[in-house]
Ligand binder design. Structure first.
Ligand code: NAI
Ligand code: MG
Length: 326
């Protein structure tokens, strides 16, 4: 029986780039697509940004493709990551031939802790003047991420990864994260080279070639992967996968892009490359490779959306990708 893929377009350009990615999936595999709703529009209609039915469908599916949610992003994506039990957000950031990039040699993968840190939802307003945030770090989640990272680099034939942290200041929380990751790496015979996350930001801009796989706490992974997007030509190029033990959710790194939403001008590459990650996750390795090759070929010599200096639309780029898959 064909796998069930939940499709959540969400808001803004999610409604433009997700259909593009679905058409590519449909061209290369025989999936059963199930549409579900989440985001600002559903919130306005029903009072709930993430209906329980959507949560349940995602939790039961083989995989989910998600676009983006606007103001309600935190109310949607954080619980959806929980619905798939995701402990790692995989965010590859690479430059493509033909695309004007600040650092054309960039080829990185961020492995971001996906449930804890400052995104675990413990914020309080204590007075008119004072708000606080509780940062959560567990050894178990840090170890789970590190075990994944060890397998990930072994699969890529590499000897180690970098671990970005700020344990010199956040001694308890990032100290725990760092210690757990380094201990697992040592046990697995994988090199874990430490880098302070602020220093990483400078070093990756000056010389991204010195990094390959970078393991990060939650917020650091979010910020540093957007920074890497700036090195390779923008957010329209970065896919991501939220992976759990039995389930996963795939989404472009970008948001709803309100400044261009509705114009049909969004770059669908990030969403289509997220679909390629979905294919690979489900074992469709050849199809995933075909999709990546098609996207790369279009980026090199096909129509371009305005973010990459062209004047083509989302549909022109999608059609060009589909043509190359024929
Ligand atoms: P954004 O990623 O939506 O846009 C940042 C800039 O990148 C904009 O200039 C936009 O036009 C451009 N951009 C992004 N994706 C593009 C694409 N595919 N093609 C061409 N240009 C693209 O981030 P921003 O503006 O900070 O957030 C907008 C909204 O999206 C907010 O409401 C935020 O909460 C939400 N958001 C949702 C996320 C999610 O659902 N996972 C993630 C990030 C933001
Ligand atoms: Mg982000």
């Amino acid at each position: 029986m064909s796998e069930e893929i939940v499709v959540i377009e969400g808001d803004g350009i999610g409604q433009e780039v997700v259909p593009a990615a679905v058409s590519v999936l449909d061209a290369v595999a025989d999936f059963q697509f199930v549409e579900a709703e989440a985001g600002d529009a559903v919130q306005a209609e029903t009072g709930e940004a993430l209906p329980q039915a959507t949560y349940d469908t995602v939790a039961d599916a083989d995989a989910t493709l998600f676009g983006a949610a606007g103001e309600t992003a935190a109310d949607v994506i954080l619980p959806l990551r929980e619905a798939v039990g995701s402990f790692v957000n995989i965010r590859p950031a690479r430059a493509y031939p033909g695309v004007d990039a600040v650092r054309p040699e960039t080829d990185l993968v961020f492995l971001r802790e996906n449930t804890e840190g400052v995104y675990s939802g413990h914020e309080d307003r204590l007075s008119e003047d004072l708000s606080t945030l509780t940062r959560v770090v567990t050894t178990s989640a840090s170890e789970q991420l590190a075990e994944f990272a060890c397998e990930y680099v072994a699969d890529r034939g590499e000897s180690g990864f970098h671990v970005a942290h700020k344990a010199n200041v956040m001694r308890e929380t990032d100290g725990r994260f760092r210690d757990a990751v380094v201990d697992v790496a040592e046990r697995e015979g994988v090199e874990a080279e430490e880098v302070l996350m602020d220093a990483f930001a400078t070093r990756v801009c000056l010389n991204p070639g010195q990094f390959d796989v970078v393991v990060c706490p939650n917020l650091a992974g979010d910020v540093l992967s957007d920074l890497a997007a700036g090195l390779v030509g923008g957010l329209g190029l970065l896919p991501s996968a939220n992976v759990g033990p039995d389930n996963a959710l795939f989404e472009p790194v970008h948001g709803t892009a309100p400044d261009i939403a509705g114009e049909g001008a969004a770059n669908p590459s990030a969403a289509i490359l997220s679909a390629a990650m979905l294919l690979e996750h489900l074992g469709y390795d050849d199809e995933a490779a075909d999709v990546r090759t098609a996207v790369e070929s279009v980026l090199e010599s096909g129509p371009r959306t305005p973010d990459l200096g062209g004047n083509a639309g989302t549909e022109d780029v999608t059609t060009a990708v589909l043509d190359r898959l024929d």
